[in-house]
Design a protein around this ligand. Structure first.
Ligand code: IMP
Length: 494
């Protein structure tokens, strides 16, 4: 593939709010790579991997693990937050499926997710009212906060019991003081969750049973020991000698530094955060490919989403409903339904937009050029477009080409933003985005199946026109498109 000529280190990141189908492309490029590494996020991510006829959902292990049997090295980098039981259970599942993980390396400097992180994440969300972020409840933000607060633990502490206990005690003291501000009953209930070992860590007098935590975490240390390594140094020594694939997690718009803050995750999931999270300088990455879902987009959790089909009604519905209820109440909704709310559900169903980690239903909206322009300013202009086949039956394709600002006057960047102003690049702040009305252009749908097509030139004319339009408006250069879930349902434009 010409695209990879001269490339030693390739990164695949999501240019939207996650869930753009990275797993397929990590699997696709893993055939080329010798090493596959993750550098951000934790068990908030979720990807489905295929092992023969079986499919399994993993959260922490890189998608490249299916190639372990071919000697490829998979790395969980130092920027990842690791809940060791979740990791161990994933490895056990992988083994039961007949796959191997002999070449898996876990960074000794990856951050540990502890029971108090999950409890605080959940208790804060449950008492946040309208300020909810809609987190995955996996303790991600709390684990990163501890790192920045300089009170975090690392995977290496699992191998040094005395140090683990001393750090844990210090960390818990602070957390227990914090938890006294919340309802004890709620905390007790949260701690009955299977991810918190069904109440095993709960103690009546000080919330946490330290002995139970120490014993289960030390047990994980013993089980994972053979895989715990200094992966940052290892990758720095291999860069330019080996083909390295960096696997992004979440997406640019969920980056704590560049995303739609505060409705973001707690790591920098842009290319900069990813490179850093595996111990490499940005300059070590030869090619970054941005994955964009097209020509609809999705987001999970709370936060502004200008092109959301059905607007607030959709956001509210997605915050509480589930797939079964949706199927029961709205079996007839499809991609051509006459109202936006119905069309949103139709697209969700056609695209199977139901979360792998939480089972939550994803909010659906239309392709958004202002967001694409913003997101690709820091990587991902060379684009992979995924899920194009989902809208095969759509009579029209509406693309948001700009926003009209409809909010109160707002001072920003030495300029007063005023009602009626047109924005061509998204400003990822809720106080602006919540007032952005999309300006759409409508193009004709292609109205035929494309899943069997393997070359750009054979794509229907109407679809090629839309691709040209999107490239021209947003500045992305489409290098690859995905026309179905299988590896070979991929068209490369060399
Ligand atoms: P957290 O990462 O669990 O703290 O959640 C913060 C926000 O990021 C929430 O809106 C989540 O829904 C979102 N989020 C986290 N991980 C993913 C992901 O892998 N895909 C999509 N959204 C995610």
């Amino acid at each position: 593939m010409q695209l990879l000529n001269g490339v030693d280190t390739l990164a695949v990141i999501c240019a939207q709010w996650g869930d753009t189908g990275k797993g397929k492309f990590v699997d696709y490029f893993a055939q080329w790579a010798d090493i596959i590494a993750r550098g951000t996020g934790g068990a908030n991510a979720g990807h489905t991997i295929k092992a023969g006829k079986q499919e399994l959902t993993v959260h922490l292990v890189p998608s490249g693990i299916v190639h372990d049997k071919d000697g490829k090295i998979n790395i969980i980098g130092s920027g990842v937050v690791v809940e060791p039981h979740t990791l161990y259970e994933e490895l056990a599942l992988i083994e039961r499926t007949g796959m191997t993980y002999n070449h898996l390396m876990i960074s000794q400097d990856a951050k540990l997710v502890l029971p108090q992180h999950l409890v605080l994440d959940r208790v804060r969300e449950s008492s946040a009212g309208s300020g909810k972020i809609g987190t995955t409840g996996r303790g991600i933000g709390q684990a990163y906060a501890d790192h920045v607060n300089r009170v975090g633990l690392t995977v290496n502490d699992l191998l040094n019991p005395d140090i683990f206990v001393a750090k844990l005690r210090r960390n818990l003291e602070e957390k227990v003081r914090l938890l006294h501000g919340y309802d004890r009953e709620v905390i007790r209930e949260i701690m009955q969750d299977p991810l918190l070992k069904d109440g095993l860590y709960y103690s009546e007098d000080c919330f946490f049973d330290i002995d139970a935590i120490v014993s289960t975490y030390m047990d994980c240390g013993v089980r994972l020991k053979a895989h715990i390594r200094d992966t940052d140094s290892f990758l720095r020594s291999e860069v330019t000698k080996k083909k390295i694939l960096l696997e992004g997690a979440q997406g640019n718009l969920l980056s704590v530094d560049y995303g739609t803050y505060p409705y973001v995750t707690s790591s920098d999931c842009s290319i900069s955060g990813l490179a850093k999270g595996v111990g490499l300088p940005d300059g070590a990455v030869d090619l970054t490919l941005g994955i964009h879902k097209a020509f609809y987009i999705t987001r999970v959790g709370a936060g502004p989403f200008p092109t959301e089909l059905g607007g607030e009604a959709s956001a509210e519905w997605c915050a509480t409903a589930n797939r079964a209820l949706e199927d029961e109440l709205y079996p007839e909704f499809n991609v051509n339904s006459p109202t936006d709310f119905a069309k949103g559900i139709g697209i969700r169903r056609a695209g199977n937009e139901y979360g792998a980690t939480t089972g939550r239903i994803r909010r659906t909206g239309l392709f958004d050029v202002p967001i694409t322009r913003y997101s690709t300013q820091f990587g991902g202009k060379k684009a992979i477009l995924t899920k194009l086949d989902v809208l095969d039956e759509s009579e029209e394709i509406k693309i948001c080409i700009a926003y009209q600002y409809e909010g109160p006057s707002y001072w920003l960047d030495n300029h007063l933003l005023e009602r009626g102003d047109i924005l061509e690049v998204a400003i990822p702040r809720p106080e602006v985005m919540r007032y952005c009305q999309p300006v759409y252009e409508t193009l004709e749908g292609w109205m035929e199946p494309i899943g069997h097509i393997r070359s750009f030139d054979q794509l229907p004319l109407a679809l090629r026109k839309i691709l040209d339009f999107v490239e021209q408006k947003s500045g992305i250069v489409v290098k690859i498109i995905s026309v179905g879930p299988d590896r070979d349902q991929t068209i490369v434009r060399d």
